[in-house]
Design a protein around this ligand. Structure first.
Ligand code: GAL
Length: 428
């Protein structure tokens, strides 16, 4: 697997995580009794919508089969990318009302929780289950601090994808989706002339997701990665030019009537009013499983412009919170998340590839067969997602959200670049 320690050093992950102070021991804060545990687990995620819930349901069914005596409580809070869920979770953690396990992205998103002593070291589960040799080294590094591992990853998603309907392209006389953002802009002008939206968009986080793919496509992998570890100057002419491209791309979107979430944004591609949508591969679960459409015939996907051969990755992981009420049941859930049967139940439904390297390949068909091949291809370049917690900690991400909200209104690239550069330093 290509996600090596070297790769993550380049992402700035290892250096940033390694600089953290050791987390205080949390085992003694655990409220579970041990002998009367193992009865109930409350699992917190944001997988409630179509294309999200199916994956969770499949893993829960496998969990129940393997643990008939444990009650599963689904505490999922709706809203793509966890925008609502994260706020509610923060309140619960603040009030010492931790669920049995909660979803976090591998990478810097987990950093604040580890620093604040909110999650427990689960290295012992890795030892018991032999997981260390079954996960890519770089992914393990993204959830490890001071040799302690703090989460169990279930999957790998790819963020840099552009979805479309072949028949819409045909109707418009477009022979192929654009390979660069400049080609996209040329097509977008033609599409506009024919009365359609070139790119559908949703709420703020989808605008940030689009931003990362435009930066990646325009800057290339090295300069993109440098944005997150201080090596690329946000105020350089190259970055300002990429931000100007983002502005132009947005001007061909329906941002004035943006959809409320990612599924209704993709619906505009399905009803033919919009041509393209940039979204992660959870969209494959929505289109292929939830909507039961046929891959390549009814819908298709390419790497977002300028990012062919690059995997802009993110990974959903589950934690063992400090103060968990039934530790034995939470451990069973984490074992499910880390198991071959759990991952092979979850991922084919979720539109992601397994985090484990020894999963059953035959379960991954259509889009997912191509994703697995690309993920495992040694020539694929790996970068981390901004919008989904890999490359920026929560404080910086929040500053970027505020600055981006202003940028899409005032369209001042230099002001945005300045704000992001300044907050990188202030939130480090
Ligand atoms: C991501 C998450 C994915 C998917 C997506 C849309 O942050 O990692 O699993 O849920 O949000 O909601």
């Amino acid at each position: 697997m290509r996600l090596s320690r070297k790769g993550l050093v380049a992402l700035g992950l290892v250096a940033a995580l390694g600089a953290l102070p050791a987390c205080s021991s949390s085992a003694n804060k655990d409220k579970s009794s041990g002998k009367d545990g193992g009865k109930k687990v409350e699992v917190f995620s944001w997988w409630t919508g179509p294309g999200e819930q199916e994956g969770l349901d499949a893993m829960v069914a496998d969990f129940k089969k393997n643990n008939p005596g444990i009650e599963f409580v689904n505490a999922a809070v709706s809203g793509g990318a966890g925008t609502n869920a994260k706020a509610i979770l923060a309140n619960r953690l603040q009030a010492n009302d931790a669920p049995g396990s909660y979803q976090r992205h591998a990478g810097l998103e987990l950093q604040d929780d580890i620093k604040a002593g909110k999650v427990q070291d689960v290295t012992y589960l890795y030892e018991q289950e032999g997981w260390k040799s079954k996960l890519p080294k770089g992914l393990l590094d993204a959830i490890t601090i001071d040799s302690k591992i703090y989460a169990v990853p279930v999957n790998i998603h790819r963020a840099n994808l552009m979805w479309f309907q072949p028949k819409t392209l045909q109707t418009l006389g477009i022979s192929a989706p654009p390979k660069t953002w400049s080609e996209f802009l040329t097509q977008a002008e033609q599409i506009k002339g024919k009365g359609k939206t070139a790119l559908s968009i949703g709420p703020g986080w989808t605008q940030k997701h689009l931003l990362e793919t435009v930066l990646l496509g325009e800057l290339g992998t090295d300069a993109y990665t440098g944005l997150w570890n201080g090596k690329t100057d946000w105020k350089s002419a190259q970055v300002i030019a990429a931000l100007d491209t983002y502005k132009k791309v947005l001007s061909y979107s329906d941002i004035g009537s943006a959809a409320a979430d990612w599924q209704p944004a993709i619906d505009k591609v399905l009803d033919g009013s919009a041509v393209y949508n940039v979204m992660g591969d959870w969209a494959d679960a929505y289109l292929g499983r939830s909507k039961k459409l046929k891959f390549q015939t009814d819908y298709n996907v390419v790497a977002s412009p300028g990012s062919d051969g690059v995997y802009d990755f993110l990974s959903d992981s589950f934690t063992l919170p400090v103060g968990v009420k039934d530790k034995a049941a939470s451990e069973k859930w984490l074992k499910e998340c880390g198991s071959v049967s759990g991952q092979d139940a979850f991922n084919p439904q979720k539109g992601s590839v397994p985090a484990r390297t020894d999963a059953d390949k035959s379960k991954y068909t259509d889009y997912l067969a191509t994703a697995l091949k690309t993920w495992q291809d040694p020539s694929t370049k790996i970068v981390g997602s901004l919008a989904h917690g890999v490359v920026a900690n929560n404080a910086w991400n929040a500053e970027i959200d505020t600055a981006l909200g202003l940028f899409v209104q005032d369209k001042d690239s230099a002001k945005f670049a300045n704000a992001v550069a300044k907050s990188y330093t202030s939130t480090k």
